[in-house]
Design a protein around this ligand. Structure first.
Ligand code: GAP
Length: 467
């Protein structure tokens, strides 16, 4: 079997994203802000579609799931209870001259890439002391070639304060994960819904982490959107391994069938004991072959009853569930599938990237459910009123049902190439023949095929192609 490779390089995908309005650097006019990106007019459409598909698949279409929208700023005790204030940290070293900070694990990964060794360590599984020893043993320097400090933990939570005086009493945090809003609302959800275990709660929202590693585009950012599910169950009734496997299958199905990503660039990786968070009994990452290698898109962990127990202890409130039939009282266990929407976005964009050398064009073969526009409508010439009027009529008609782009600039060939880069699956051209026999040309993005279709048959024709 030929070796499977990433579809593109980070430089190419970044350039396309900027050129076609998918992703921009944040505050570019001020020189940019590290690890921050904006979603432009094309990107925002794809992002929204991914979120809607996730919500539809995991919340609306399942009887056992509920949605939630909790706040970015929660009571600060939340983060003490969850352990984030003490152990939500990355291992860092400091350049002794420039005082710039670097992730120790990333320096080790970069070192190993340049200097392959026999039996390299699993970097994800290294403890702080292992990293420190490795960096010393191999005399690893900072990217600027200077000595580095010993490895220390650096907390990722963003702090801020409520009110005018910033002191310890009004210190709060921007949430580091959406999950804790689900746990802290667990009692209210139980009290206000007729739910029965097993059931899950999902939400999509912004999370914030003080990430300092640069150069990974939208893969690792300060601000990002998570779509997290907490699936609660009684471990005496449901076998956690069966539920866990079922969630893995759902995640795989969503990525390959709903988002249309190539299975060959996906794999599961299990965390070993050293890498796994202390509260988790089992964790897997669904990884995608990004331009910079196999990396986590989506994680799934069996968090047991750790979080609810912690919040019960810190709040003094009961977070127990009472079985309505047996009246058994207990703290449910939880399985957590947690994904970053921005990582799904980057995966989808990379996977669709197709340099079509035979036709000398670049195509984004996005699933039609994800493309910023499903259709584009063009009048052949922009200075012929009859063509423009007819094309406008068709555009306005289709715009009621589909997302449609309009373009009348340049020659038709260039307009096709422009829509190919945006991933528009079908382009409709109104030409002189349209005025004679009420037909138009439909051009297919993936194979360049052009077909003539009668306008009166257009509705049915498109209904068969698009959802
Ligand atoms: N509640 C569990 C949790 O937050 P995580 O593995 O730290 O687990 C879940 O994050 C997902 O959020 C990851 O799989 C990834 O897709 C996304 N994610 C985490 N940090 C991110 C960052 N700095 N930028 C973009 N996405 C991130």
């Amino acid at each position: 079997m030929p070796e499977i490779k990433p579809t593109t390089s980070l430089e190419e995908i970044t350039a396309l994203s900027k050129r076609r309005g998918f992703v921009y650097q944040t505050s570019e006019i001020y020189g940019g802000l590290a690890n921050s990106y904006e979603y432009g007019p094309s990107g925002v459409e794809v992002l929204r579609k991914i979120k809607n598909l996730w919500w539809d698949f995991f919340i609306n279409k399942r009887e056992d799931m509920l949605g939630l929208d909790s706040q970015i700023i929660l009571h600060p005790k939340t983060w003490e209870a969850s352990g984030h204030t003490t152990s939500f940290a990355d291992p860092m070293v400091e350049d002794q001259i420039t005082h710039k900070r670097y992730r120790a694990d990333h320096l080790i990964e970069a070192f190993l890439k340049k200097n392959p060794i026999d039996n390299p360590p699993v970097v994800e599984a290294m403890k702080i002391t292992d990293m420190d020893q490795f960096l010393k043993e191999h005399q690893v320097k900072s990217p600027d070639g200077n000595q580095i400090s010993e490895v220390k933990n650096f907390n990722l939570l963003f702090e801020t304060s409520i009110g005018v005086i910033a002191d310890a009493n009004n210190k709060v945090y921007l949430r580091g994960e959406t999950a804790q809003g689900i746990f802290s609302n667990f009692k209210q959800i139980l009290d206000s819904n007729r739910v029965k275990l097993p059931f899950g709660v999902g939400q999509i929202g912004k999370s914030f982490r003080n990430e300092i590693t640069t150069g990974q585009f939208i893969f690792r950012t300060l601000e990002f959107e998570q779509a997290e599910i907490e699936y609660f169950f009684d471990p005496e009734v449901n076998d956690w391994q069966v539920l866990f496997k079922d969630w893995q299958e759902q995640m795989w199905h969503f990525v390959t069938k709903v988002l249309g990503v190539n299975e060959q660039r996906l794999r599961w990786r299990r965390h070993d004991d050293a890498e796994r968070s202390f509260y988790s009994k089992d964790t897997y990452d669904l990884e995608y072959l990004y331009p910079f290698g196999w990396k986590e898109v989506w994680g799934i962990a069996y968090r047991t009853d750790y979080d609810l127990k912690q919040h019960m202890q810190f709040s003094g409130k009961s977070l127990e569930y009472t079985d309505p039939f047996t009246l058994k009282k207990f703290i449910p266990h939880v399985i957590e599938p947690a994904v970053g929407i921005n990582r799904l976005f980057l995966m989808v964009l990379c996977d669709a990237y197709f340099p079509d050398e035979a036709k000398n064009r670049l195509v984004l073969k996005l699933d039609q459910k994800l493309a910023p526009y499903q259709l584009a409508v063009f009048p052949l010439l922009r200075n012929k009123a009859e063509l423009v009027n007819k094309a406008r009529e068709i555009f306005l008609q289709l715009n009621k049902k589909y997302s449609v782009a309009w373009d009348e600039r340049g020659n038709i060939g260039k307009r096709y190439l422009s829509q190919d880069e945006l991933g528009t699956p079908y382009c409709l051209t109104i030409d002189f023949e349209t005025l004679e026999n009420d037909s138009l040309t439909i051009r297919h993005r993936d194979n360049g095929l052009q077909e003539r279709v009668q306008i009166k048959e257009l509705e049915q024709y498109l209904a068969d192609l698009l959802i």
